[in-house]
Design a protein around this ligand. Structure first.
Ligand SMILES: Cc1cc2nc3c(=O)[nH]c(=O)nc-3n(C[C@H](O)[C@H](O)[C@H](O)COP(=O)(O)OP(=O)(O)OC[C@H]3O[C@@H](n4cnc5c(N)ncnc54)[C@H](O)[C@@H]3O)c2cc1C
Length: 448
């Protein structure tokens, strides 16, 4: 477990700025590699206290880099963090939180586009990070996020570094009660606004009227739910295949480049991880470039895989019975366009993941488990067995990504990772907002 004194020393880096604003930060408790803090004085409840906090976290990161990688990289980090923030501020309002009707819409924001070019957003992420830092570990730490966008760092555009920004500067957030709490809170908000949420109900068809406009949805069992507009959140190829068989999917959907997939082994285990274990733990393989060549070029398993182990019970022990933990281990693997026979590979993969967990000191006395391979993702309706949808290549990003509106079917809109802005929970939540704007525009007088 991280020592209380160590956490206090990090908080001491943050305190001067908070005290200058008439507030302070109090350490409540330390668990694993995490800590619970409370903002006090004028900082309590003050929205800008988070800015002060971020500045403090940045200072702490700089110190950590200085201690681990040397002062030259620590100095580079200052400029790097500033670059990430500027990238984010240009991209978020203009290219992420925005509806596009055509690529020409980019011309509507020429200054933002020019700023993005000046910031190097269209260069390649891997080389940009290499040019900024000497230590190989920092190259990996600040560029592996490209994989979330479905690309190796060497091929991803530097504008994908907004994910690095959210990961390292804004910080990773874990909702009280686990990820399910986000869905439950959204459902409660929808219910308060008068919506009825029906779970466990399969939509089989999007119903059209005689003019070809949306008329509602047809459910398994035959019930028809009438609607003036429909927001469809399925993976787009599946949505066209299953719900709109009369329409040919747009080319970008049919012939797009889909992201690699992942095997995820979820386990409930007896025992607790050791004190050094964090909520998220990334174990990098030694052969960095070879791993991406295997995954993306050869579409085979990585010879020396990098893996993510997430242990939510480090943050929230109540998610498991006393003395037990829940965790998952994730290994990136090719999607189903690759050369892996998942019927044959399933059990050996599970065994390898168990050995890996054991070798790295995680508890492996399994009480309950679920292994998810690309075949399982495919069964859940994800095209080519990947839960990460279309990769964020230049041609599949922003105005070039399949749009959230189907012009041939008035009243039909899309949300989710297959449309704009893209993959990951922040993006998918924005996609819901963008679809809602479309609906509000389509049905004047509907509530925003
Ligand atoms: C292991 C893993 C870890 C991740 N970690 C993170 C993370 O830490 N941070 C982050 O930002 N992102 C993360 N992601 C990515 C993120 O989860 C996805 O980008 C996001 O959930 C995609 O949302 P979506 O709405 O497009 O699709 P989904 O979340 O798949 O939602 C689609 C829903 O539609 C339902 N559905 C399908 N067909 C039908 C039908 N015919 N009728 C009715 N309902 C149907 C499905 O059951 C599903 O509930 C992770 C993904 C994975 C796989």
């Amino acid at each position: 477990m991280i020592a209380r004194e160590r956490v206090e020393s990090v908080l001491n880096l943050i305190r001067p700025a908070m005290r200058a604003d008439g507030g302070d930060i109090e350490l409540l408790d330390v668990f694993g590699n995490g800590a619970r803090v409370r903002l006090t004085g004028k900082c309590a409840g003050c929205p800008s206290a988070y800015m002060t906090l971020y500045a403090g976290v940045e200072r702490a990161l700089r110190q950590e880099i200085a201690d681990t990688c040397g002062s030259a990289d620590a100095a580079s980090f200052v400029d790097f963090a500033d670059w990430l923030r500027r990238l984010y501020l240009v991209e978020m309002p203009t290219f992420i939180d925005a509806n596009f009707d055509s690529p020409l819409d980019l011309l509507a924001s020429p200054r933002a586009a020019a700023r993005l070019v000046r910031l190097g957003g269209f260069r390649r992420l891997g080389p940009v990070i290499r040019s900024r830092f000497r230590d190989e570990r920092l190259h990996r730490l600040f560029s592996f996020q490209a994989l979330y966008a479905g690309l190796p760092p060497a091929r991803a555009l530097a504008l994908c570094a907004v994910i690095t920004y959210m990961d390292t500067i804004e910080g990773v957030w874990f909702p009280d009660g686990g990820m399910d709490a986000v869905a439950a809170a959204l459902a409660a908000a929808a219910a308060r606004a008068g919506a009825e949420v029906r779970l466990g109900t399969t939509v089989e068809r999007i119903l059209l009227d005689r003019r070809g406009a949306v008329a509602g949805v047809g459910l398994a069992g035959g019930e028809a739910v009438r609607a003036d507009a429909v927001v469809c959140t399925l993976d787009l190829p599946t949505a066209y295949d299953r719900l709109l068989p009369q329409l040919r999917a747009p080319r970008a959907v049919r012939a797009g480049q889909y992201a690699p997939s992942a095997v995820v082994w979820h386990v409930g285990v007896r025992g607790l991880p050791d004190a050094q274990t964090a909520h998220h733990n990334i174990h990098f393989g030694a052969d960095w470039d070879g791993a991406f060549d295997a995954l993306v070029r050869d579409r085979t398993l990585m010879p020396d895989p990098s893996r993510l182990v997430t242990v939510p019970t480090v943050t929230e022990p109540d998610l498991a019975p006393d003395g037990c933990s829940v965790l998952y281990v994730l290994e990136p693997v090719p999607n189903l366009s690759g050369r892996v026979d998942w019927v044959r590979e399933r059990e050996p993969m599970r065994e390898r993941l168990q050995q890996f967990l054991h070798a790295n000191g995680y508890p492996t006395d399994v009480v309950t488990q679920q292994l998810v391979t690309p075949l399982d993702w495919e069964r859940m309706g994800m095209h080519l067995g990947t839960p990460f949808a279309l990769a964020h290549t230049f041609r599949q990003t922003g105005p070039f990504r399949p749009p959230n509106v189907e012009r041939r079917v008035p009243g039909l809109f899309f949300a989710g990772s297959g449309t704009v802005p893209g993959v990951g929970l922040p993006m998918v939540l924005v996609s819901g907002k963008l679809a809602a704007r479309r609906v509000a525009h389509y049905i004047p007088g509907s509530r925003r």
